[in-house]
Design a protein around this ligand. Sequence first.
Ligand SMILES: C[S@@+](CC[C@H](N)C(=O)[O-])C[C@H]1O[C@@H](n2cnc3c(N)ncnc32)[C@H](O)[C@@H]1O
Length: 238
Amino acid sequence: MLPQQKEFGQLSGHLQNWQGRSEWFFNREHTDTYELWYEGRYKRAEIFQKKIIGSLVGKDERVKTLLEFGCGTTRFTRWWKEIGIEASGGDISPLMLGQGVRLFDGNLVLADAHFMPFKNDTFDALAFITTFEYYRDPVHVIREAARVARHGIVFGMMNRNSPKFVRRRVQQFFGKNPFYVTATFYTPQQLVALVEKALAGSLYKIEWTCTGLPKWFPVQQWGLPYGDFFGLYVRLEK
Ligand SMILES: C[S@@+](CC[C@H](N)C(=O)[O-])C[C@H]1O[C@@H](n2cnc3c(N)ncnc32)[C@H](O)[C@@H]1O
């Protein structure tokens, strides 16, 4: 029997940067500490993110397998099995996947979400969790997702309608925040408009929920387009 692969090739050991790319996810300085964020002050936010994503996808009983693109270190990818979904992951960064391969026991692929190396209708659903913000041609990626997925597309996004959006851009202006330099933030309505453009002529239904509201707020999720994070599900009727 062949040994299980535990390392992502030989490169994770020494490499500090991937092919001269400046984005944070191609630099070890940032990728090595990525998982730690979610052990600290983002832990509470993550619980609500999973709650809304789980209830949106859970309504579509057809979804048993899923490919999560932009899976990074597999922070979210490891969780899908808790709601009965068998997940695989894909990401463009070998430095993020280098960690993911040790943390996750499913399959991972190194690829760009704009060109998914899969045949039509391979998975029940495609998921994008805090990654879609980085895609240069979002309409093209939605079409790729609708090609590879049989039943649905799941989005978990940082919301443009949030005070954090302004804070991030100010930090970035002063050179203090490298994480969102190439990111585009969307509101739920803006994402709906992109889906409508990408899937014109197809049959589908869209549902979304926001979370990431202040701790003191009476509710922690709602159907208004405000809050740090939103989940959106596109139910495909192919
Ligand atoms: C903020 S991280 C999110 C990782 C993970 N989904 C999570 O929630 O922890 C964004 C990820 O998107 C990946 N990414 C950016 N552009 C991509 C592309 N064109 N194709 C695939 N992955 C991409 C990055 O490498 C990075 O791992």
